[in-house]
Design a protein around this ligand. Structure first.
Ligand SMILES: [Mg+2]
Length: 352
């Protein structure tokens, strides 16, 4: 379904206007950079984005789209010097000002604009999903020489499709979403103390390094290490409200855990918490990739047979959230300041 604004725009396109699609020209990147630099020189505080086909390095109409992002309240502050640089704008609207000019053979469209959120989202989705980008480029190529109106309509439909996808899988972080540290847990036995010391060494991704550190720095034998490791999960408990919701979610969604951590204590975590309800449990040490590396999210998608934009991902690390978001995943950041129950209700709203 197209929006009224889009239909309005389509209706204004002359019927005989044709689209011409050119292969990507690397020179466009240079020209875009030069233009962005010239803006940056006069207004270093403006955030500048080069978007569109030339920024995605795919075939397009041989034009370059550059956006300077600002709240419209501040347009007046930027306008005088921009006019000096690029001449009088073509249009002045409430939320954006538009220039069109030629530079080194390229048509440049420059906007001083409120951040075009949808547009940025589409751009990021395409930038981070090679399959989607290929599909988009093929769509453009298939329209070469045809009606511009039809071309624009096909593009709108494509944008809506990639933005409106239904959630098919939910990906959970382990500690900080599914599981939390018990309040007031007191360490008493020798094994519990060893477990605590082992946990302090946990920052390693490499299991072998962790095992050798446990041996050398903590002076623990293999069997002492195993005895201690079973106590590591004991300090944690389930966030029950979320776990009781899982069977209901399972009816509609694929469920997965993406866990950053070593595999030394992994079997004890699995024994204590029983992740059998999940379709997939990914551990960073086992896979050799850790969050926020996008590869771990793509691996989860591949194993679940879903696309990134069909996933909802929840984590207490903002870096992990950012990375998943860049792939087009829907995300909820379980930030530590916010009450767990309010995060839970945010989650429930997103999956109902
Ligand atoms: Mg976490």
């Amino acid at each position: 379904m197209l929006t009224p604004g889009e239909i309005d725009y389509l209706n204004k396109i002359p019927k005989d206007k044709k689209v011409k699609v050119y292969p990507f020209d690397p020179k466009a990147t240079e020209v875009a950079e030069e233009t962005a630099n010239s803006i940056h020189k006069i207004h270093p505080d403006l955030e500048i984005k080069h978007m569109g086909a030339s920024a995605l390095k795919i075939s397009g109409q041989n034009d370059i789209d550059i956006y300077a992002l600002s709240n419209s309240k501040h347009f007046d502050k930027y306008l005088p010097r921009l006019v000096k640089l690029f001449g009088e704008p073509l249009h002045k609207h409430k939320t954006f000002v538009e220039w069109k000019f030629k530079k080194s053979g390229f048509d440049i469209e420059f906007y001083l604009t409120e951040p075009p959120k949808e547009h940025i989202k589409i751009f990021e989705l395409l930038k981070n999903n090679p399959d989607l980008l290929k599909e988009y480029e093929n769509l453009k190529a298939s329209m070469n020489g045809k009606s511009f109106k039809e071309y624009q309509e096909k593009k709108y439909e494509f944008y809506h499709r990639i933005l409106d996808t239904k959630i098919k899988a939910i990906l959970f972080d382990m500690v900080g979403v599914l599981i939390f540290k018990k309040v007031g847990y007191i360490v008493k036995t020798k094994e519990e103390i060893n477990a605590e010391n082992i946990e302090r060494l946990f920052n390693h991704l490499d299991d072998q390094k962790l095992i050798s550190d446990i041996k050398i720095k903590l002076n623990l034998s293999d069997s002492e290490r195993e005895n201690a490791c079973r106590f590591i999960p004991e300090k944690y408990e389930r966030f029950e409200k979320l776990w009781t919701f899982l069977p209901k979610l399972k009816e509609k969604y694929k469920l997965a855990v993406i866990n950053n951590g070593n595999s030394v204590a992994l079997r004890y975590w699995k024994e204590k918490f029983d992740f059998n309800i999940f379709d997939l449990f990914i551990n960073s040490a086992v896979e050799g990739i850790k969050k926020p590396n996008p590869k771990i999210f793509l691996l989860a998608c591949k194993k679940l047979n879903v696309e990134p934009n069909e996933c909802l991902f929840m984590d207490d690390s903002s870096e992990n959230i950012e990375s998943a978001k860049n792939l087009g995943m829907k995300t909820i950041w379980w930030n530590k300041e916010e009450d767990k129950l309010s995060l839970m209700s945010k989650f429930e709203k997103n999956v109902n």
